[in-house]
Write a protein that binds this ligand. Sequence first.
Ligand code: ANZ
Length: 931
Amino acid sequence: MDYQFKEIEKNWQQFWADNETYKVDNNSDKPKYYVLDMFPYPSGAGLHVGHPLGYIASDIFARYKRLKGYNVLHPMGYDSFGLPAEQYAIQTGQHPAVTTEENIATYRRQLDQIGFSFDWSREVRTSDPEYYKWTQWIFMQLFNSWYNLEADRAVSIESLVEQFEKNGSSAVKAVSDEDTLVFSADEWKSFSENAKQEELLKYRLTFLKESTVNWCPALGTVLANDEVKDGVSERGGFPVEQKKMMQWSMRITAYADRLLQGLDAIDWPEPLKEMQRNWIGKSTGASVIFPLEKGENSIEVFTTRVDTIFGVSFLVIAPEHELVSSLTTPEYSAGIETYIAQTKKKSELDRMADAKTVSGAFTGSYAINPLSGEKVPVWIADYVLAGYGTGAVMAVPSGDQRDYLFAKHFDLPIIQILDAQKDVEHEADATKEGRYVNSGFINGLTYQEAIPVLIEKLQELGAGKAKIQYRMRDAIFGRQRYWGEPVPVYFKDGLPHLIEENELPLILPEVDKYLPTESGEPPLGRAKDWLYKGEAHYELSTMPGWAGSSWYWYRYMASQADRESNSFAPKSAIEYWKDVDLYIGGSEHATGHLLYSRFWNKFLKDLGYVIEEEPFKKLINQGMIQGRSNFVYRVIDEEGKGTNTFVSYGLKGQYKTSAVHVDVNIVENDVLDLEKFKSFRPDFANAEFVLENGRYVCGVEVEKMSKSKFNVVNPDDIIERYGADTLRLYEMFLGPLEQSKPWNTNGIEGVFKFLRKFWKLFHNDKFEFEVSEGEPTKAEYKALHKIIRKVEEDIERFSFNTSVSSFMICVNELNELKCNKRKILQELVIVLAPYAPHITEELWALLGNEKGSLSYAAYPQFIPEYMVEDEFAYPISVNGKMRMNLNLSLSLEAADIEKLVLENADVQKYLDGKTPKKLIVVKGRIVNIVI
Ligand code: ANZ
């Protein structure tokens, strides 16, 4: 039979499903291996060929690991809460659950067609109450915990209450809000219950707080910093503004140092780790207190360059700083007010990016430099951010570029403090070379020498101390939207309280519309009679997109049976699977999902629910598959109007044209299908063409794969035409996994032909299955063992593309050797199986093996002896002409070679009975005969 991929693939997919071939057990003597993909958001558009790239790579790895004797957990699920389903619901009135269900069905069908070895019995859906029950449960644990800096971990909030009851607040070392109260044990006991709860909220790891948020009016929700790109929402590109709101937050900053340290222990791409490091943004410096000239107050600044303190010629505080109004003297109040109004219009990103335009306003007040005793003016300016450090800086125009530009602009003093001064105007940070001058007791010191001396002095004076500052903020944990997890909280006297654990899940209620209420409350405000115990109001915002994906890999560890247990995954399952050995997904999640997941993981570990500090041991970012767009060229007439004539790419230079995207699915090898083009768009129905060599050749460009560019290739179409095995091999063949690369269907034929050639090795000329039982030759063994070793090495270093070309070479070699020996082919089937699971299952069964046993066969052992070159095909030339090759052992000496050459029947034909005049043997190279 010819290679009937359709039937073969359908049958095997059915077989794997019926037999639960990839269902994995939590009890096994084999070593465990956990291969995880970033689960998809099931969008309405379904999968395009870019999506499965990472899934194919991880599936190859998972299949390979099974062959290597591992018990492999390779699950899949859906991140099924989120904005697009809800936007669609708003437009159509369709319940997001319904569209989500439909989209999941499409995804499942598409995934199944590709032949993945997922254990579907462990599927998760974040929007399923059985799943989000545990997301809510984790939220409750966070609410019930605080971060004890002494223990350097999260502990139960009861232990904080105990400390307060025993010693008051003084001995507590916690990561908390800044406005915590100072009280004795007795004072604590005298607090009302509500006052206690209010105080505890400042310590809880998830807490309500008024904060400035990125508010997107068009989406009607708050967005996380990583969901805002260049001042607009990442989804949809809508404007985003700053707004103060009561919000749920997660105290991720408590974990800043552990998140930083953990990076050193995991095998992730360096650029990704660097992105996390920058996001966390640890700065080591000092806080310095500048008392005000008048009154009791003082301004605390954060500086990384306390050594420049003698160069300070003014202070700048953020326009939002709490002291602004009290510092502003009547004379300057108009200027300050105008400036504050201006600042409100700018986003934080604009403020940071806009370093060159100088703006600011003088408050009219002065502060005192605690070391020099000098009086310095206090200004406000938007380059100082309210949320970073203390929201105040000591300005050093001779050292810092922004301060320099500011001083120049407003004519403020510039104090020279180093003997080797660099060009401050052009260098952001110019004071690191030379020794100090004009700097009191640090004169003559270098900057490294000065810092510890100054910190000690400040500490002595009670005017400052060493301080570590993080750029990362606590993470906002709420959306004013419908399609997300309800927060398991109700309100009493304006304070949040958790519902009982046994009341979980708190089910997402039905609403009549997916829009905010008339009074501006989130959509959940529309739910009828949705009250806790019939009286208390629930929290109306829902959890953000990252909630459900911050722990999902643990749910997969729970088998179907385990899921009945009263935990997100039973201890035994967590002890067995521990962590993810290989995680494959996109780098766009660097500072979102991948940071939040590490945070929740560390938290769950602190509470003893999981055992590993880091969840994802090794991570690979797959590259993006770009679209390869095709263009036709519309001829423009003299008046500049587009005609209905299209000129082929090679001739377009002779006309005035404009390029128009054309659907890549009606183009083959860059040649346009004219009939399909005419029905592609109504206005093309009467199109005329200027052809070259009778064909219309399209132009090409590499762009993002997107519907609007008509360059989306659907895997369904490829599978229909060539089959899933070809798709899998081809996606890998495109290039290194980590690289971005364009999808180019032109090369797919070659891969398809390779599979047919491979199939043909097992069949005779009448296409009947036929393998020989004979003992393979050395050359045959060599071809096999070359590929055994190559594929093993390639997969172990995640170089999947190089294996594909090696398979092609191997099959060509065996083809030339006319090898159909079972001993060779059966092993080759196993080696190819991870890449092309269907065709190999079929051949494995045809070879007489038990159906379906290929997935758990043993990867063949590489035997180095087969690689030893012990023969050489000597070129034999007669009178300077190459006549033939003769295979001879490399161990033979010249005399033996001479003898064997002369005895050879073919050589004798050339000799024609004569004795050669000369016979030159170069060992391992050539034999020359002169007659
Ligand atoms: C004096 C100084 C002299 C500074 C000098 C720098 C160079 P990183 O490394 O990012 O932490 N700064 C402090 N708080 C700020 C805020 N809220 N908004 C804007 N800028 C702020 O940077 C810390 C430095 O940024 C601090 O050190 C402070 O300026 C400024 F030659 O203090 B420096």
